[in-house]
Design a protein around this ligand. Structure first.
Ligand SMILES: [Zn+2]
Length: 145
């Protein structure tokens, strides 16, 4: 299943979040090469949207991101700012989590509704509490000592 994210979040996030993952990076946003979600490593890729028009000549909305849940690939639209990329990353990872951990919804529309709400909420909490991710990282270091 490939889930596509079209909605703009309108939330902002510090760009230094979420550095724990694969050490190799790609592109201008320094995306991790992959992110482990349960048993799977999701490859992280950027894509440059192509302007497409319908028969009436209207530009079609470009997806912000998409997740190939079974193929373990997340694609993020490169024509976003850092805030939008962070929210899109969280959004797409929530789709991956739903698939890997079998968090089922009635249908794709229902999943999209909850994933969009949670990704906006999580992004906002991280933005409003910029020390939170550092604190979480510290608890993980303390655990392993
Ligand atoms: Zn989505």
């Amino acid at each position: 299943m490939i889930l596509v994210f079209y909605l703009l979040s309108g939330v902002a996030l510090r760009s230094n979040m979420s550095r724990k993952t694969s050490s190799r990076r790609n592109d201008k946003f320094s995306l991790p090469k992959s992110i482990k979600v349960g048993y799977a490593n999701y490859l992280m890729q950027m894509f440059a949207p192509k302007i497409q028009k319908n028969d009436a000549g209207d530009e079609l909305q470009q997806p912000m991101g998409e997740t190939n849940t079974q193929g373990h690939v997340v694609k993020i639209n490169s024509e976003q700012n850092f805030d939008e990329v962070a929210n899109t990353m969280i959004h797409e990872l929530l789709h991956a989590m739903c698939y890997i951990f079998r968090i089922d919804f009635k249908n794709e529309l229902e999943e999209e509704k909850y994933v969009a709400a949670f990704s906006n909420a999580i992004t906002t909490v991280f933005k409003d509490n910029p020390d939170l991710i550092d604190w979480i990282k510290e608890t993980q270091h303390a655990k392993s000592e």
